[in-house]
Design a protein around this ligand. Structure first.
Ligand code: GDP
Ligand code: MG
Length: 204
């Protein structure tokens, strides 16, 4: 059984919870509790391999101020960075998050880092209110050597599944590298995770 941890990050209201819930339950419910951070857990089978997936959905990300991602960076195997294509501020925030993640991974195997970050332009159904062009999202992804897609958590279930599946495939493909990176300390890491994220766990 492989354990995979994915952090969904982005500005408040970008659709982080909507994406996670859509992937896990197939449903788009419209309104999501925003006052608490969650770790959702799910068992799934990918390419014949059993995976215990944990998805971290933070309560909110400050649009401004310091981008202290130390805990998330320690915890996560991969990141989904979400912005809202109808909200330019959320795109700027996503850009800052990408830079922060990349600078923190300097020295770690380059390919592993690049393949474990997915930039997502959400709310594609609101393209009549678009503030961020598709090409801008793609350029940001190319500049940061991460993957990119635009989708709508509200309307595109299959695309949401495809995006999460790519993230999981990339992470599991790199699992040998990660094992080398984390040779020991699982107990202390578990303690850290519980301290930081253990407030709410949900199984789906
Ligand atoms: N039109 C539209 N609204 C969305 C979409 N995804 C999320 N929302 C809405 O955007 C708001 C914020 O979503 P939420 O998932 O709570 O954002 P979070 O703060 O990033 O977790 C909610 O009212 C959602 O219903 C989408 O793809 N299209
Ligand atoms: Mg949320």
């Amino acid at each position: 059984m492989s354990e995979v941890k994915v952090a969904v990050l982005g500005g408040s209201g970008a659709g982080k919870s909507a994406l996670a819930v859509r992937f896990l339950t197939r449903r788009f419910i419209g309104e999501y509790a925003s006052g608490a951070e969650c770790i959702y857990t799910k068992h799934l089978c990918l390419d014949g391999r059993q995976i215990h997936l944990e998805i971290y959905d933070p309560c909110s990300q400050p649009q401004q101020g310091k981008l202290s991602l130390a805990d998330e960076l320690h915890w996560a195997d991969g990141f989904i960075i979400v912005y809202d294509i109808s909200d330019r501020a959320s795109f700027a925030f996503a850009k800052a998050l990408l830079y922060r993640i990349r600078e923190s991974h300097i020295g770690v195997c380059k390919k592993m880092v690049e393949s474990s970050i997915f930039l997502v332009g959400n709310k594609q159904d609101l393209c009549h209110m678009r503030e961020v062009g598709w090409d801008e999202g793609q350029k940001l992804a190319i500049d940061n050597k991460c993957q990119f897609c635009e989708l709508s958590a509200a309307e595109h279930y299959q695309e949401v599944v495809a995006m999460f599946t790519k993230v999981l495939r990339n992470i599991t493909a790199n699992s040998k590298v990660k094992e080398k990176r984390r040779p020991s300390g699982s107990k202390s890491m578990a303690k850290l995770i519980n301290n930081v994220f253990g407030k709410r766990r949900k199984s789906v």
